[in-house]
Design a protein around this ligand. Structure first.
Ligand code: NAD
Length: 471
């Protein structure tokens, strides 16, 4: 028997839920069962798989309140839970709409006249998805939907910090006979995640750089592909020509939504010297208007910090910055209230790149602001990081912003917004530097990365090939 794991409620601090990871033997059995069922799933063809997923979409739609409620208890916040469920529903719909065209097999001519080429795609039979806690539903399904449409069976292992949403989701899946044989969600922590890698044919991992490195090593040892989506330290550059009203509203949202616990949170803000004072006064004023979602979910916009560990990281970064001369204008500390950990939106200036706050992923509602005098300086500061997930640039004209965006080492850049990069299914993007590895989870490769290509090469005349032995 595996040991049950008690799960903490982020609002109350109470351990009020228990998960039981599958014993190794059961996990192996489940993976074998899914792998066996995958062929029938693939044989349904793209249209059959689309039908099953659209059925899931309808079921989720009709049970969205239960799913939202479970997610809300998992994470302690309501607005983002609602957004996650909405995004999940529209995501199924959009991938179903795009997938037929992406997966269409076209036969091309060859450059050698006597060889006829036929190409086909064979999906990896069993995909393992390992996901984090910050958007539990969104990030456990973002790779799962395209993998299913490509014809794979999928085992998902969400984070042990936020497992409650799995029950209503599995319940919805169990009502769809074609899906329940090839898609399961399993409970467990890092140990279960590591075991999963031993039993699948491809792994999609979303999480921290440290764990991502362990996943990459484990996958390399088994020679299976690993697609890694890891941490970030996203910069926003605000040029002198930018609309300050717009930039402050967008950056405030991009930094503090989900209490700053997003991989693509804006964690560093570089503002042109001439507008710096106005910018930070304005963002402080706007930050003051946001409230903690405490004591009730409806009390405000800012939910709890997920765990004591996460709270300690934020406080450590803030303390380090203050000790090195930074100035806090609002917020400034993660505090324990009613058993949970909470942090008001925090604006902090007089920061520099010797501080943890500007180098390491903080994952809190913190907005450190630096001024720059030349755009070259801003670009250099933005690129002075080992992450390269995404970024944002604000300017009056998109062309001016794009000129800067082209020089930023990151996979996706929002122009005059701070959070567009997670939204578009069509926008192909790779994580740069330590923010990830492997093909894009958006765009056509979101599906094609799950398919191995196979070539049939057919000789079309009876003549000997010129390079054969002359016998
Ligand atoms: P984490 O790395 O601690 O855990 C992620 C998942 O990996 C969990 O399900 C965990 O149980 C599992 N795990 C732990 N050890 C494992 C092992 N040895 N083998 C296999 N699985 C293992 O990350 P977290 O704290 O849950 O999430 C926060 C991190 O995720 C942040 O760094 C954030 O930036 C990143 N993130 C990235 C993206 C993205 O798209 N790039 C999105 C969201 C979050």
């Amino acid at each position: 028997m595996s040991k049950p794991i008690e799960i903490r409620n982020p609002r109350t601090g109470k351990y009020d839920y228990v998960i039981v990871p599958p014993p190794e033997k059961l996990l192996v059995q489940q993976c074998n069962r899914l792998r066996r069922a995958q062929q029938s799933w693939f044989d349904l063809g793209v249209s059959g798989r689309i039908d099953a997923l659209l059925e899931l979409k309808d079921t989720i739609y009709s049970k969205q309140d239960t799913l939202t409620e479970a997610l809300t208890i998992d994470t302690g916040r309501f607005r983002e839970s609602k957004l996650e469920v909405d995004f999940f529903i529209s995501s199924i719909e959009r991938w179903c709409r795009l997938s037929s065209k992406i997966l269409q097999e076209t036969q091309k001519g060859t450059s050698i006249s006597f060889i006829n080429l036929q190409q086909t795609g064979i999906p990896y039979a069993l995909v393992g998805v390992i996901s984090p806690w910050n958007f539990p539903l969104l990030l456990s399904t973002i790779d799962t939907i395209p993998a299913l449409l490509a014809g794979c069976a999928v085992v998902v292992k969400p984070s042990e910090l936020t497992p409650r949403f799995m029950a209503p989701l599995m319940n919805a899946i169990s009502n769809i006979p074609k899906l329940r044989d090839i898609l399961i969600f399993i409970e467990g922590d890092g140990k279960t995640g590591a075991s999963l890698i031993d039993n699948v044919d491809l792994v999609c991992f979303t999480g921290s750089v440290e764990t991502g490195q362990q996943v990459a090593i484990a996958a390399a040892q088994r020679f299976i592909p690993a697609f890694l989506e890891l941490g970030g330290k996203d910069p926003a550059i605000v040029l002198e020509s930018a609309d300050i009203e717009l930039a402050t509203s967008a950056i405030l949202w991009g930094s503090v939504v989900n209490s700053g616990q997003s991989c693509l949170s804006i964690e560093r803000i570089y503002v042109a010297q001439n507008i710096y004072e106005e910018f930070y006064h304005k963002i402080v004023a706007k930050a003051h208007k946001l409230n903690l979602a405490y004591p009730t979910l409806e009390s405000g916009e800012i939910g709890p910090i997920i765990s004591e560990r996460q709270a300690a990281i934020i406080n450590e970064h803030l303390q380090d910055a203050v000790e090195k001369g930074a100035v806090i204008h609002c917020g400034g500390k993660v505090e324990k209230i009613g058993g949970g950990w909470w942090c008001h939106p925090t604006v902090i200036t007089e920061v520099n790149h010797h501080m943890k706050l500007m180098n390491e992923e903080t994952f809190g509602p913190i907005m450190p602001i630096m001024s720059f005098s030349k755009v070259e300086e801003a670009i250099e500061l933005a690129n002075d990081t080992y992450y390269g997930l995404s970024a944002a640039v604000f300017a009056e004209s998109p062309d001016e912003a794009l000129e800067i965006a082209r020089q930023i080492d990151a996979g996706a850049i929002s122009i005059n917004d701070a959070g567009l990069t997670g939204m578009m299914h069509e926008a192909e993007k790779n994580a740069f530097k330590f923010s990830g590895l492997g093909a894009s989870r958006m765009g056509a490769s979101a599906l094609t990365r799950f398919i191995r290509k196979k070539a049939f090469l057919i000789k079309t005349n009876d003549n000997y090939d010129p390079w054969w032995f002359n016998q």
